[in-house]
Design a binder for this molecule. Structure first.
Ligand code: HEC
Ligand code: HEC
Ligand code: HEC
Ligand code: HEC
Length: 123
């Protein structure tokens, strides 16, 4: 192979890789985790939450779960930023555990899906 052909091949490769990158970037908006390990050491067993599957495959919107975000480009906070492990007695904000259970199990019940504790815990 002569020098010009090599250079052309390299340029072609660069263009192809750039395209792959651009397509991936568009398909997975920055900042969405594929899965999230939820483990607060409470002894109930850690949870591997299939984040991207819930969003993309189950067709749910960011704001269905990130209920305090302004829109899908907003910064998504951890639930525990507001839902404390041990909130004060007179707090109107549910505890971290209750907020997760209410949101996860609440939606599943609405969709007629009944999961055992161990379907979520201990993965
Ligand atoms: C749909 C999924 C799901 C199901 C079903 C579920 N949980 Fe949970 N649970 C969670 C999530 C998410 C958390 C928050 C993450 C964590 O605390 O590790 C949590 C937290 C907890 C915690 C608190 C742990 C801590 O350290 O704060 C306990 C205890 C618990 N669950 C017990 C149970 C029991 C008992 C059942 C069955 C009756 C059950 N869970 C069913 C998802 C689920
Ligand atoms: C089915 C509910 C659900 C949907 C839909 C969802 N998320 Fe999440 N997301 C969660 C949960 C639960 C967590 C874990 C929160 C925690 O660790 O306290 C999380 C975590 C995140 C995190 C990591 C936050 C951190 O600081 O660790 C980002 C970023 C995020 N989501 C972005 C998004 C974006 C962007 C969308 C829409 C494209 C989206 N999420 C859709 C439930 C959801
Ligand atoms: C910026 C603070 C903030 C963040 C982040 C946040 N929440 Fe909340 N959440 C609140 C407040 C305040 C309330 C009580 C007032 C209300 O119902 O809006 C609440 C209420 C709730 C409720 C009860 C709703 C009802 O109708 O009673 C659930 C369930 C819940 N949050 C789940 C979650 C989950 C799961 C996450 C993470 C994906 C999350 N929240 C993130 C502030 C927050
Ligand atoms: C807004 C609705 C919604 C919320 C919130 C939600 N889920 Fe789900 N979840 C679904 C749907 C829809 C399915 C798929 C049901 C089916 O297969 O028919 C599902 C399925 C699951 C499954 C079954 C295995 C799988 O991945 O297919 C697990 C485990 C699960 N969810 C865990 C969680 C946990 C843990 C949370 C909270 C951190 C959560 N989900 C929050 C809607 C939700």
């Amino acid at each position: 192979m002569n020098k010009n052909k090599e250079r052309l091949l390299a340029l072609g490769l660069m263009a192809a890789l750039f395209l792959v990158g651009a397509v991936c970037y568009a398909a997975f908006p920055p900042g969405e985790p594929i899965r999230v390990l939820l483990d607060f050491g409470g002894g109930a067993g850690k949870i591997m939450f299939e984040h991207q599957e819930h969003h993309a495959d189950f067709d749910l919107a960011c704001l269905d779960c990130h209920h305090t975000a302004e829109d899908e480009t907003d910064e998504m906070q951890k639930c525990g930023a507001c839902h404390l492990a041990k909130p004060s007695k007179d707090s109107e904000v549910p505890s971290r555990k209750d907020s997760f259970h209410a949101q996860c199990i609440g939606c599943h019940e609405d969709m007629g899906l009944e999961l055992e504790c161990t379907d979520c815990h201990g993965n």
